[in-house]
Design a protein around this ligand. Structure first.
Ligand SMILES: Cc1ncc(COP(=O)(O)O)c(C=O)c1O
Length: 338
């Protein structure tokens, strides 16, 4: 099977497993796991932050950040297509008692004027805006990179208004590699940043939160409250360290394969392919004779797994476990159907 449903499907490579087996461990709830501590130190340094925290998932990292930056009754301004809004089970309302204030936009960034318009005035009888959240790269917009100048504009606005700003950087290393920018340049100024080790970086589990010492101290408490306090978890942190040391630069290969896949499909009249900026290829079906559900099924019969992201839209994600030949085979399978 050529599995292009997500970059979460990668399996740990042999060397990563060896590092996991060798990892020194301790009880991380007591802060005594040396490998977790090493990973957290490494991440804080790479992001030029005071501190970092290992969390089981990206969703938990995002929810911890929302919980710390807000109080019940607040609003969170975000993109209507973002992960925090669509794929975290409404948890910001359940766990933190806040409501999302989504912005619909076809742009790859949140336009400054629209954000300004959504910030509540300082009146006692309206909700207070507690947080602005951005996503880079933006998953459902096709892995697009959040333009740095646009992020800077919003950071400035947030500072002026004294509103916290969180970055869901699940795939921030894809953005860094695609733009050839150090990751701390893309994330500087945010009050908190979450990124995933378990996606393009190829670790089996885990995400990281970074921020100030004070933020991370609070995050440790909220993680525990959510049941995310882990024990001899150095075996997983070792995979994260391996991923950061060995799987960042190679993301460029995934981006090249994504462009190659899009190029192979460009001439098909039945679909409209978006030019990928990173590792995600999206296309829309022009041909109403076939739905995305049917296409997913037909591709499965040809040993290719892809994701349906709408009645007419398909998403394919390139990762560590697919190579150029797989991509060519997937493109041939799609062509054979049309
Ligand atoms: C942009 C984005 N943020 C957050 C997450 C959540 O990560 P996890 O699956 O580890 O909870 C994902 C997962 O796909 C994602 O794409």
């Amino acid at each position: 099977m050529i599995d292009l449903r997500s970059d979460t499907v990668t399996k740990p490579v042999a060397e990563m497993r060896e590092e996991m087996a060798r990892a020194e461990v301790g009880d991380d709830v007591y802060g005594e796991d040396p490998t977790v501590n090493e990973l957290q130190k490494m991440v804080a340094e790479r992001f030029d932050r005071e501190s970092a925290l290992f969390v089981p998932s990206g969703s938990m990292g995002n929810q911890i950040a929302v919980n710390i930056h807000t109080v019940p009754g607040n609003e969170v301004i975000l993109d209507s297509e973002c992960h925090l809004y669509n794929y975290e089970m409404g948890n910001m309302s359940i766990f933190s008692g806040v409501q999302p204030r989504p912005i619909e936009t076809s742009k790859k960034y949140l336009p400054l004027g629209k954000v300004r318009g959504k910030i509540r005035p300082e009146k006692y009888y309206v909700s207070k805006t507690g947080l602005i959240a951005l996503e880079n790269t933006h998953n459902m917009k096709g892995g697009v990179v959040y333009p740095e100048t646009r992020a800077r504009e919003l950071l400035k606005l947030a500072e002026e208004k004294s509103i916290s700003i969180h970055l869901d950087g699940a795939r921030i290393f894809n953005a860094a590699v695609a733009t050839n920018r150090p990751v701390d340049d893309l994330t500087g100024g945010f009050d908190s940043v979450m990124f995933c080790l378990s996606k393009g970086l190829g670790a089996p589990i885990g995400s990281m939160l970074t921020g100030s010492k004070e933020f991370i101290e609070k995050a440790r408490r909220v993680r525990k409250r959510l049941g995310g306090g882990m024990r001899q978890v150095g075996v997983l942190a070792a995979a994260g360290i391996y991923a950061l040391e060995n799987h960042v630069e190679r993301l460029e290969e995934d981006h090249q394969n994504a462009r190659f896949l899009a190029d192979c499909l460009e001439d098909l009249d039945q679909i409209e392919v978006k030019t990928p900026e990173t590792n995600i290829v999206m296309f829309r079906l022009n041909n109403s004779a076939i739905s995305s559900r049917e296409l997913v099924e037909k591709l499965r019969e040809r040993n290719v797994l892809v994701g349906k992201v709408g009645p007419q839209s398909i998403r394919m994600v390139i990762h560590l476990d697919v190579n150029g030949e797989d991509v060519e085979e997937a493109a041939e399978a799609i062509k054979s159907i049309f």
